[in-house]
Design a protein around this ligand. Structure first.
Ligand SMILES: *[C@@H]1O[C@H](CO)[C@@H](O)[C@H](O)[C@H]1NC(C)=O
Ligand SMILES: *[C@@H]1O[C@H](CO)[C@@H](O)[C@H](O)[C@H]1NC(C)=O
Ligand SMILES: *[C@@H]1O[C@H](CO)[C@@H](O)[C@H](O)[C@H]1NC(C)=O
Ligand SMILES: *[C@@H]1O[C@H](CO)[C@@H](O)[C@H](O)[C@H]1NC(C)=O
Ligand SMILES: *[C@@H]1O[C@H](CO)[C@@H](O)[C@H](O)[C@H]1NC(C)=O
Ligand SMILES: *[C@@H]1O[C@H](CO)[C@@H](O)[C@H](O)[C@H]1NC(C)=O
Length: 835
């Protein structure tokens, strides 16, 4: 029986004939809350957002107030002596108005305990609907089955005046909310819709068409349309100034009972016998355009307004903040603008809507040319434009004169402006030459948008799922046009080269140099350059790109409420990236000094991704990044410098690795020292056979307490004394004793004494069990011989042969040694390693 939209939540409340009131979320299409009101029809339910209420009026004559958060009933009272038909909520005062079959209208004050503040008497039949005048909240109008409309004033119980003209009962009424006309609209059982001027109290128009009782009427609060619903099951859409029938909607859901539009939104809720529907009307995108000097023009209804960014002054601007701009009225437009678009040089704007276009001078909004067209696009050259007359005919104009018209082979479902003229049809997108309308190339794609770069070298084709970036090869096209080679029925094969496809849905876009800046369907503000996506900002709502002003280093965007916001994006960065994409490093170098230091690293990452490591290294200011780059490039000197500055073990290790692979052992050694990587040093020293290094390492390692490495290095050098002392020093006395027993028998006694002493402190018994060879020589057979062997081997066994000596060993001796070795191995079946 009724529907209402919540002003801020995505909710619709519907009151039903069976006694229920349901709140739906129309974004998720889920039922949010249900109120079982009564067993009788509930003919009306309204939101009061500021109180979190749903107020319902039913055939049991009761008004019920529910809190939609807690679902509790806040209040209930008998309002009338017959069915309640309508509730109107006052926009500012704590009032509701109710109307009923008891022929009365009543005002209720919720701040005064719901007292009935006033009764409005005058109708002689059911009062079907009441609406408060949006331009004067003290006035309201009522529609009654007594065939009249009455206009009332709060505070006066009798009507100001009555409008008569319908021949049967009037079911519905609405005020026009635009400032220009004092109009009311009504619908009646005579199947007619009437528009009234309530100042001179005359009917200015009658809309005929419905074939049954008209049950609801509405001036859309935003769009220039009238919506009417009828028991004939249709909703009709009429133009609100020409009164032309634009559309008839029939969803086959039986009788229509209510339509509800919403300020600031394109959604309209419709209530039927069999359910409710939310439809979206018109374009989401605001009619807005900006020229290259920062003059922004937009249409608010049919009023054209202009704001100049230059007039904004020097105030600090925050990214994403709404700009407060001085707005200048330019006058009203003869058509209702759906789009506004500046031409490339900004001298003209075209306004399109209702199948017509008018070209105005941008300065004074004086009309220059006009015509009828389904679509209008500017050319690359400021004097050119094209219009699409129908699904088959495209016209090209030059200097405001028709130059050519043509019928594209597969029809024209849409046209796209820019460097080449794009025509969309079932067979894809065809690009034509503006001059001679020759087909350049047909591409099998269904574009939503086509964006050409200013140079005409790059084009972005955006579809429902993704976007493609293509390079236009003008030279190949020229050659093919001359030689007629490579020309097929789909045009010139080599006309385009695909540079990339990105899986993102572009909403609006523009090129700055070779950078494609766009807003995406998930509300990101990004740009694409050389296959990379850079995110400039995450937007909190849908925004439309208006343009880029290089001088300000800023991007400007608008939203559907006509707010303007801006985000900073440095032109120097874009120029630099463009130069890099064009491999113009001379240019890049000239631009570089203008890029602020804090942006250099971002630019360097871009260079790196493009494969220009050397340049990236030169540009980057981030030492981590530079170190990575230096490593990748094998720039040891730079990497060394950075490692010194960073004093990070990790860097020294990485650099040591690189130095090793480059056979820079001295450097590697130094790095490993810095990194305190003794294991690495040991490996390097032994593998490179550098005695000095092994020697130094032993000392260093012992000094730094790296005893494992120190022990190994001493051992390798045959410095058994050192090994033993190290073990003693580190209190590894059992190991020391065994080492002595194996290699240095003359020390056994001393070490065992130390061991006994130490062990005695914790376990005297165990200490006593240790035998010292001085006391128990019987337990150490062959000890005397071992002393001799020790003396002897000191001279002969442990003799280092540095790798440096290898070249001195003659080939004959070498083979001789090898020969001996082989024999020995074969005979004893073990390798004694005599050399
Ligand atoms: C009324 O109809 C709605 C929708 O069909 C249903 O969800 C609800 O339960 C019904 N209420 C009653 C009281 O039958
Ligand atoms: C309506 O009536 C009130 C009081 O009777 C009067 O003050 C007001 O001017 C009238 N308004 C119109 C629009 O006639
Ligand atoms: C009433 O005003 C409308 C404009 O709103 C005008 O078209 C109409 O002629 C006027 N009627 C009378 C009787 O003055
Ligand atoms: C239209 O309204 C009349 C009363 O004026 C009513 O008798 C008739 O049933 C209504 N038509 C439909 C289709 O309900
Ligand atoms: C263009 O301007 C002229 C004079 O200013 C005016 O008479 C005419 O109606 C306008 N036409 C359109 C389509 O705006
Ligand atoms: C061995 O290492 C030392 C440093 O410990 C170094 O000075 C010397 O040049 C190295 N010798 C060779 C042959 O690499």
């Amino acid at each position: 029986k009724s529907v209402d939209l919540h002003p801020t939540e995505p909710w619709m409340v519907a009151s039903l004939y069976n006694g229920s009131v349901c709140v739906w979320n129309h974004e998720t299409q889920t039922l949010v809350k249900t109120f079982e009101v009564c067993d009788l029809p509930v003919r009306v339910a309204k939101f009061v957002a500021r109180k979190h209420w749903v107020i319902a009026g039913a055939d049991d004559m009761q008004i019920r107030v529910f809190n939609y958060n807690t679902l509790e009933r806040a209040h209930m009272f008998e309002a009338h002596s017959d069915y309640i038909r309508c509730i109107a909520v006052h926009p500012t005062q704590p009032y509701i108005l109710t109307s009923s079959d008891d022929m009365l209208i009543k005002l209720w004050d919720w701040d005064r305990k719901w007292v009935c503040g006033q009764v409005f008497e005058g109708h002689t039949h059911y009062v079907m609907q009441i609406v408060i005048n949006p331009k004067d909240n003290n006035q309201f109008a009522s529609a009654s089955l007594d065939r009249t409309i009455k206009v009332w004033q709060l505070g006066s119980s009798s009507p100001n005046f009555t409008l008569e003209g319908h021949e049967k009962g009037v079911n519905c009424i609405d005020y026009y909310s635009g400032g220009d006309k004092p109009y009311l609209i009504s619908g009646a059982d005579d199947r007619l819709v009437k528009i009234w001027d309530y100042q001179n109290k005359t009917c200015v128009q009658t809309l005929e068409g419905h074939t049954q009782n008209v049950s609801c009427v509405s001036f859309h609060p935003e769009l220039p349309i009238i919506l009417t619903g009828s028991e004939d099951g249709t909703v009709r859409v009429w133009h609100s100034s020409t009164y032309r029938l634009e559309n008839t909607l029939n969803y086959g859901m039986e009788r229509v009972w209510c339509v509800c539009g919403q300020r600031g939104a394109n959604s309209v809720a419709l209530g039927y016998d069999e359910g409710s529907i939310i439809i979206k009307l018109g374009r989401e995108e605001p009619a807005m355009s900006m020229d290259s000097n920062g003059k922004i023009m937009w249409a608010k209804h049919s009023e054209v307004q202009q704001a100049n960014l230059k007039a904004m002054g020097e105030a600090e601007i925050q990214d994403g903040e709404r700009l407060s701009l001085a707005v200048k009225d330019m006058g009203s437009c003869e058509i209702y603008p759906q789009t506004i678009q500046h031409n490339p040089n900004g001298r003209f704007v075209v306004v399109c809507g209702d199948g017509e276009y008018i070209i105005y001078t941008a300065m004074a909004l004086r009309n220059k040319s006009f015509g009828s067209a389904q679509e209008f696009v500017w050319g690359h050259d400021s004097s050119e434009y094209a219009t699409r007359e129908s699904t088959s005919m495209v016209k090209i104009f030059k200097n405001f004169k028709e130059n050519k018209y043509f019928k594209p082979d597969f029809g024209a479902e849409g046209i796209h402006g820019g460097f080449l003229l794009g025509v969309r049809s079932v067979s894809g997108l065809a690009f034509y030459d503006w001059e001679n309308t020759e087909l350049v190339r047909r591409i099998e794609i269904q574009p939503k948008h086509v964006f050409w770069s200013e140079s005409g070298e790059l084009v972005c084709i955006a579809t429902e799922e993704s976007f493609f970036v293509l390079r236009y090869l003008a030279e190949k096209v020229a050659t093919a046009q001359e030689t007629k080679e490579g020309v097929t029925e789909d045009g010139i094969e080599d006309a385009f080269e695909v540079l990339g496809e990105i899986q993102e849905v572009v909403k609006t876009g523009l090129w700055v140099g070779d950078c494609f800046i766009y807003t995406s369907s998930v509300n990101r503000l990004n740009y694409y350059v050389g296959g990379e996506i850079v995110t400039v900002a995450h937007l909190d709502r849908t925004m439309y790109l208006l343009g880029y002003i290089p001088k300000d280093d800023r991007l400007y965007l608008g939203d559907k409420e006509l707010n303007i916001v801006t985000y900073s994006l440095l032109v120097s960065v874009l120029e630099y990236q463009t130069a890099v994409m064009r491999r113009d490093f001379g240019m890049a170098d000239r631009v570089l000094p203008t890029i602020p230091k804090e942006m250099r690293t971002r630019v360097a990452h871009f260079l790196e991704k493009q494969g220009f490591m050397q340049q990236a290294l030169a540009v980057s200011t981030d030492s981590e990044h530079r170190f990575e780059l230096a490593l990748q490039l094998g720039e040891l000197k730079i990497a060394y410098q950075l490692a010194v500055e960073a004093e990070s073990e990790q860097k020294w290790k990485q650099l040591a690795e690189l130095a090793t692979t480059k056979c820079q052992f001295v450097l590697a050694q130094e790095c490993l020292h810095h990194a305190q990587d003794y294991g690495g040093l040991l490996l390097l020293a032994t593998a490179s056979g550098n005695t000095t290094m092994v020697g130094k390492l032993a000392e260093g390692a012992e000094r730094d307490g790296k005893t494992n490495v120190a022990f190994l290095t001493y051992f390798l050098q045959g410095k058994l004394d050192k090994c033993l002392e190290l073990l003693i020093k580190t209190n590894r006395l059992p190991e020391a004793a065994f080492l002595a027993r194996t290699y240095l028998p003359s020390h056994v006694s001393r070490v065992v004494n130390l061991w006994k002493e130490s062990l005695g402190k914790v376990n005297q018994k165990a200490a006593d069990a240790l035998a010292n060879p001085t006391d128990y020589s019987n337990l150490f057979p062959g000890l005397q011989e071992a002393f001799l062997a020790e003396e002897y081997l000191k001279e002969t066994h442990v003799r280092l042969r540095p790798a440096a000596e290898y070249p001195l060993i003659t080939v004959s001796r070498y083979t001789h040694i090898l020969g001996t070795l082989n024999v020995t191995c074969a005979q004893k079946n073990i390798c004694l390693h005599p050399c």
